[in-house]
Write a protein that binds this ligand. Structure first.
Ligand code: TPP
Length: 272
């Protein structure tokens, strides 16, 4: 049986774009699950608008290509309508941290059981390179000819503080993305996964490769919140020389939004 979930759609990503690596890793993880008995219809994907959103055309899975910034609430809606669905959302850093930041914050609180992958190339790539909330200080483009003046957001810290039950960042490397996504799919609850994937046209970061280190190859205790915060503080998205931790920062299961809603329904019905 052919388990491939790739479509025949011609890719319009730039040659060599890091999105290809992410697509390949996601494809391998889902195909492995299909080989182990899951069906394509057991998955639901959601994408926003941007270069990242084109992944929708290349994955032969049911889903919704939603509005810019609305990936997270669309995932939540899917989960509420069909709680058994394995929902995976894909956003750019503009999609998730600018237009959609309010949704991202609420999703960390809600702990709905979906997985959320953020393709962070540190720019609005599809609209030709404007800065996002994770672009470094001093970045120059046509909209900021004097350079970005506001310090970047640290989304990993934000997710930790807002109570996300699974917080991870990966570099754009197949095995790393596969490992983290597989762990996220096993996790019951909201999983935030940021993939640092420099844009080859508007935000090259060749030096990133030398700076990554894998948390899971250290003594890092991913159930310790303070430790996770300390690791998240090591890279502030503006720094040019700090180490960049990747892997799972934090993981602790708690009741999901779906479970809490179900409990409430049971309580209301028993009062009737
Ligand atoms: C509501 C809304 N605002 C703005 C836009 C214009 N827009 C389209 S793509 C895009 C940038 C997307 O950037 P990002 O989410 O970082 O994705 P990337 O292209 O970098 O993968 C913007 C601002 C839009 N389509 N809809």
């Amino acid at each position: 049986m052919n388990n491939s979930i790739r479509t025949n759609a011609e890719s319009t990503w730039c040659p060599g774009c890091n999105n290809f690596i992410l697509l390949h890793a996601v494809q391998k993880v889902i195909e492995k699950q299909i080989e182990s008995g899951k069906r394509k219809e057991d998955f639901g994907i959601v994408c926003g608008i941007g270069c990242h959103g084109k992944i929708f055309d290349y994955l032969n899975l049911p889903g919704i290509n939603t509005l810019h910034g609305r990936t997270a609430p669309t995932c939540l809606g899917m989960k509420l309508a069909k709680p058994d669905l394995n929902v995976i959302g894909f956003s750019g850093d503009g999609d998730a941290y600018a237009e959609g930041i309010e949704h991202l914050i609420q999703m960390a609180r809600y702990n709905s059981d979906f997985k959320y992958i953020i393709h962070n190339n540190q720019v609005f790539a599809l609209t030709l390179g404007q800065p996002t909330p994770t672009t470094e200080l001093g970045y120059i483009d046509k909209t900021n000819p004097d350079g970005v003046a506001i310090s970047p957001l640290n989304p990993v810290k934000l997710m930790l503080v807002m109570g996300a039950s699974f917080v991870a960042r990966t570099c754009c490397e197949t095995e790393q993305i596969k490992y983290v996504l597989e762990e996220a799919l096993k996790h019951k609850g909201f999983a935030y996964i940021e993939v640092l994937q420099p844009c080859l046209i508007f935000h090259k970061n060749e030096d990133y490769k030398k700076r990554f280190y894998n948390l899971q190859k250290t003594e890092h205790n991913k159930t310790n919140f303070e430790e996770a915060m300390a690791r998240a503080d090591e890279f502030d998205y503006s720094s040019k020389d700090s180490k960049i931790p990747v892997g799972i920062f934090y993981q602790k299961e708690r009741k999901t939004f779906e479970e809490l809603k179900l409990n409430m329904q049971i309580a209301i019905n028993s009062e009737k």
